[in-house]
Design a protein around this ligand. Sequence first.
Ligand code: ADP
Ligand code: MG
Length: 237
Amino acid sequence: PSSVEVYLQKHEVTATGGDVPAPFMTFEDTGFPPEILREIQFAGFTSPTPIQAQTWPLALQNRDIVAIAKTGSGKTLGYLIPAFVHLKRRRNNPQNGPTVVVLSPTRELATQIQDEALKFGRSARVSCTCLYGGAPKVHQLKELERGTDIVVATPGRLNDILEMKRIDFRQVSLLVLDEADRMLDMGFEPQIRKIVNEIPPQRQTLMYTATWPKEVRKIAGDLLRNPVQVNIGNVDQ
Ligand code: ADP
Ligand code: MG
């Protein structure tokens, strides 16, 4: 067997749905720009995690992805690093609204994602704003007005701000649904659907989930276009 086959088997990686590129088994394989690789190196990481290795080449091809992997498998950088590459390709002005929207179930998780985006996106000068409920809107709205590349948000608060017409979605071209199963468990489906309806249809959509029950399959079928499904390990089907 080839080294790719050995890698996929060893890490229990399966990918289905269309042509699947070889995983990036090393950081050198990624071809990421130096300002991105520098931050990864600073963090002391030695190689991509299996979910990163298989989803990064797919994300760079602008494919829609459903990634199913358990907690702690490195999903956050799994979407953030391709988001940085996406931002570099688009070169949008953040003053005109975000290019990337990440939906997350809780304030705590959203804040962690923002921290990771600012840390790993530092050399690439990525800006990131966090929107969540249970806190006054004024500061969040002020931050939005200053301009941002990435918005990380809980669905309830983002939907409120959208309804107030205080955020411009016209240049959003990458949508990430993180912990999709948890967001649905928490009852966020209506808000998620309203948010997605405001995003231009020519977008790339990445969905991350730890489990794959029928509710998650249904929303994936509605929101993603010909997704590639990537599984790590034995996830309940
Ligand atoms: P998940 O979202 O899948 O639960 P996280 O994205 O929170 O996982 O990642 C878990 C931990 O692994 C974090 O501390 C993160 O910084 C770290 N991590 C991410 N990618 C790598 C990597 N390639 N090598 C080593 N550690 C990594
Ligand atoms: Mg996560």
